[in-house]
Design a protein around this ligand. Structure first.
Ligand SMILES: [Zn+2]
Length: 484
């Protein structure tokens, strides 16, 4: 599709890819056979076996300085090829661990015995992300084989504990800052929009969480004796929660939006190029209506605007029948999804101030900050690195990528930004329907092969850029502090 350079490169790296198709599929089968389940302590030797396999494969590709490095429970693998003086350095980040395969009875074939049906390879870890990991090693291998060198300096970092939260990766990256120094991070741990529509994931949301415990009396009270004369903890909680958000979804906490980077016209038109069907969107989730902050479209709200949601609420009598009681205690859990440039600690300060200020008469309030803090991440569209990636995708697919965002958190991208001052671009070749983390996970082999070509093209394109031209603005980097 649309790859014009095909002809004149047929004798070089592209023909090596063509000639070795079957071998590369066989290698993927080998890697998929290793049950590298990071969550299962019984699988520790298998995760290490996957690390060793990846390290050997890296060496086979011509990557140098390959090492299996211990990080807490599971090792990671590092390797590099740094013989392109005057060229930028790209760090490829990914993982070789997988999710547990349970429930096993829902698999049509055993999860660690890969089978190929109709051009799809079925196994745990196929789309997330062993095929994606392997394709970017193959890209370097064929370029080295055909041209004797890479057009850009490349470093690889693959970890063995992504599926359990990358607990030891932050300290590892911090300790190896010089070794990992780069201009741009590419992560193949991701997907395209569809088989023929590329996408660039420009941002992820941050997160902060708190719990409210509210008390209005020393004990639950008889509603006949005291009703109408004393505060009710649940009513007080409802009133308090109602003060934080208006009916349309605008957040009423003082200063909540102060640091939000407004959406530019270009960003908005990018988001709104993505096809949207309100009826289908509602039908998919069984909702009768969509609500949200006025002035924004559904995708803008979900991807690019901050939120405040009550996630749980409890208190009072919930058993059978009737209990005429005035509850003395009520509780709620709240999370906020944050967007650039909101800081989790600052938003928690503002929420706490808001709830203390709006404390209903007679309510005793305890506010606890919960774990799970993450900073939002946003890649500036004008960054020359993202433009180069966008150009490669557009040339290869024959259409411009969608510029989309994710409402979830991916703390790793902020971590690379803070530690290495480098932006991360997700360029993976899975598709949404490939049952990531579910039974019968699969990957389309056609996309595995597309990815090999695209990574070779990415290395070439990024090699044309000046070193230093795509690094992040150091002034935006601030440590988040230690988080669990
Ligand atoms: Zn993954």
């Amino acid at each position: 599709m649309g790859d014009k350079s095909n002809m004149n490169e047929m004798s070089g790296w592209r023909s090596i890819l063509e000639d070795n198709r079957q071998k590369y599929v066989a290698q993927l089968v080998d890697l998929l056979r290793i049950p590298s389940i990071s969550a299962d302590t019984a699988s520790v030797p298998d995760v290490l076996r996957a690390a060793t396999w990846v390290a050997d494969r890296m060496k086979g590709a011509g990557i140098e300085n390959v090492e299996v490095l211990p990080t807490g429970q599971h090792a990671c693998v590092y390797g590099d090829w740094l013989h392109a003086p005057g060229k930028p350095t790209v760090l490829i980040y990914g993982h070789f661990d997988v999710q547990p395969a349970d429930p096993l009875e829902l698999w049509d074939s055993p999860p660690f015995e890969p089978v190929i049906v109709d051009g799809c390879i079925y196994a745990r870890g196929a789309t997330d992300m062993k095929a994606n990991l392997l394709l970017c090693l193959i890209a370097a291998e064929v370029l080295l084989a055909a041209e004797g060198e890479l057009p850009v300096n490349v470093k690889y970092l693959f970890e063995g504990q992504e599926e359990i939260g990358s607990r030891d990766l932050g300290p590892f990256v911090s300790a190896h800052r010089n070794r990992l120094a780069c201009d741009l991070v590419l992560t193949p741990d991701g997907m395209q929009w569809s088989a023929d529509q590329p996408a660039l994931w420009m941002g992820t949301k941050g997160l902060c969480a708190l719990q409210i415990d509210l008390e209005t009396a020393a004990m639950d009270l008889h509603s006949g004796l005291f009703g109408g004369a004393v505060p009710n903890a649940i009513h007080a909680l409802v009133e308090l929660l109602g003060s934080a958000r208006d009916v349309e979804g605008k957040i009423l906490v003082d200063g909540f939006y102060d640091t939000v980077k407004p959406l530019t016209d270009e960003e908005r038109s990018g988001i709104n190029l993505v096809p949207y069907d309100a009826a289908a969107y509602k039908a998919a989730i069984g909702a009768d209506a969509l609500v949200g902050e006025p002035g924004y479209t559904t995708f803008e709200r979900a991807w690019a605007r901050p939120t405040l949601e009550v996630n749980g609420i409890w208190g009072g009598y919930q058993g059978d029948g009737v209990k005429t009681v005035i509850p003395a205690k009520a509780h709620a859990k709240i999370t906020c999804r944050l967007v650039a440039n909101q800081e989790p600690e600052d938003i928690l300060d503002k929420l706490e101030t808001h709830f203390q200020r709006h404390k209903p008469t007679g309510a005793r309030l305890t506010i606890s900050r919960l774990g799970g803090r993450a900073r939002p991440y946003l890649m500036p569209r004008e960054n020359v690195g993202i433009q180069a990636v966008s150009d490669v995708l557009e040339e290869f697919y024959g259409r411009a990528p969608f510029y989309v965002r994710v409402g979830g958190t991916l703390p790793i991208m902020d971590m690379f930004l803070q530690e290495l001052n480098a932006y991360s671009v997700v360029v993976g070749f899975g598709l949404e329907d490939e049952r990531m983390h579910s039974p019968n996970e699969f990957m389309r082999l056609a996309n595995y092969e597309k990815g090999q070509v695209v990574y070779a093209l990415l290395f070439k394109k990024l090699g044309e850029l000046a070193p230093g031209s795509m690094v992040a603005d150091a002034s935006v980097s601030k440590p988040l502090g230690h988080q669990s």
